[in-house]
Write a protein that binds this ligand. Structure first.
Ligand code: PMP
Length: 423
């Protein structure tokens, strides 16, 4: 006869937990794709850099203090009261039709004639990047991108185990010559490129903009090589000097997949972006979106659509532009006044970023802790490359601090650089 164990009268003891001796006890369980997901060494410093006494020229947060919160607030209130039961329900995997229509109107400002059927709404353009990479890239596939390139895109490419090859830039952005050479090297190696990821307008982090001629040259190369282009254009409507240049997508609707976002022209917190893709790709994108999120956030989509309906959003973009122009001017004046000889920088015609080159012998990554101690922060250039390059460069953002703080930040940075040069 078997006896069942006596019920214990003692209270159950909590399970004994082995003391973790490793930093991450789950390390041998992770998928290989996580190996590329490393926290940047500079993240810890940024916690310090966010203290109020530090002038942070590091982050790329848009400045939304000028947004009319009263208009947004009453739009949201009406949205909840009038349409709440739809806006708080699941929705379409492709995104809400009325928002996709409004997105086509927004893209019209940059010369893109698009049909709402070809738009897929995403959780910021960051998710657009993720979904597009998911659709096209197997581990080991080659992706071309500018040198330097957007750190968030590099993170996505790493997560999908892509092989990133950087293509050189000059004052007019991506160099056609460098692109031809990269394609030739890959051809000789028998490797196929899945796509070229590019930020033609007001580049993050380089601050440069492809001229119209340059755009046409890049497209001609792409057609010749049957190369797919991913055009990431979060800053296109934030130009300071003239009407937007034609987007790559407006010049070619077959080879270009276009990523857009409301993060810089409205507000990033709603997390609404979009992908405009050729029809067949769009069908796959929606399937990918459904498996990732079921549907992009419906409430946010309604909120953005209500903002576009109830507010002079074009006028608001002009307000943002003027505010960023003033900050760009403050930064360029501050750099000219305070940076030591041998430093180089460009004057961006829009967007948020200036790319600063340091004199030979200085290392932006090594000196970052000392800069933070001197109460100024930036992002070292190495963050924007996958190959360790970039230590002689830094990205400065002028989007968030006031012009006075920007000038003060450049003064502190100048002092740090002078001290470093004297070491
Ligand atoms: N692409 C680029 C070039 C960016 O600078 C950013 C934001 N920093 C993004 C994509 C992602 O923006 P979001 O997901 O907020 O639309």
């Amino acid at each position: 006869m078997t006896s069942s164990p006596e019920p214990s009268s003692r209270p159950a003891e909590p399970p004994v937990r082995r003391r973790d001796t490793r930093l991450d006890n789950y390390v041998d369980r992770y998928a290989v794709r996580t190996h590329g997901m490393t926290a940047s060494a500079i993240r810890a410093l940024f916690a310090v850099a966010n203290r109020p006494e530090v002038v942070s020229l590091a982050g790329g947060m848009p400045n939304i203090t000028d947004l009319p919160l009263d208009v947004v607030g009453s739009s949201l209130q009406r949205l909840v009261l009038d349409d709440g039961r739809v806006a708080m329900q699941y929705g379409s995997g492709q995104g809400e039709p009325m928002l996709r229509e409004a997105i086509c109107e927004v893209m019209g400002l940059e010369g893109i004639a698009a049909h709402p059927d070809d738009v897929t709404v995403t959780v910021g353009s960051q998710q657009g990047l993720d979904l597009v990479t998911r659709l096209f890239c197997d581990p080991g596939d080659v992706v071309l991108c500018e040198a330097p390139s957007y750190v968030g895109a590099l993170g996505v490419f790493r997560a999908y185990q892509c092989e990133v090859r950087h293509v050189g830039m000059d004052a007019e952005g991506l160099s056609p010559q460098a692109l031809r050479e990269a394609l030739e090297v890959l051809r000789q190696q028998g490797k196929r490129v899945k796509f070229l990821y590019t930020i033609p307008s007001f580049h993050n982090p380089a601050g440069v903009t492809q001229s119209e001629q340059r755009r046409r040259e890049i497209l001609a190369i792409a057609r010749e090589a049957d190369l797919l282009l991913i055009e990431d254009n979060p800053y296109g409507l934030l130009g300071f000097d003239h009407e937007p240049l034609p987007t790559l997508r407006s010049l070619d609707s077959e080879l270009v997949i276009y990523l857009g976002t409301f993060s810089k022209t409205f507000a990033p917190g709603f997390r609404i972006g979009w992908v405009l893709a050729p029809h067949a790709v769009r069908e796959k994108l929606v399937l990918a979106q459904e498996s990732a999120t079921l549907c992009p956030p419906v409430f946010s989509q309604f909120a953005v659509a209500a903002y576009l309906r109830d507010h002079d959003w074009r006028g608001q973009i002009k307000v943002f532009r003027e505010m960023y122009r003033e900050r760009r001017d403050a930064m360029i004046a501050g750099l000219a006044d305070h940076l030591p000889a041998g430093c180089t920088w460009n004057t961006p015609a829009g967007g948020f970023f200036v790319w600063v080159g340091l004199p030979a012998g200085l290392d932006a990554q090594a000196m970052l802790p000392r800069a933070v101690t001197a109460r100024v922060a930036y992002v070292p250039g190495t963050a924007f490359y996958t190959d360790g390059f970039g230590s002689r460069f830094m990205r400065l953002s002028y989007c968030y601090p006031t012009p006075e703080r920007i000038i003060e930040g450049t003064r502190r940075l100048g002092e740090v650089l002078n001290r470093e040069a004297a070491l």
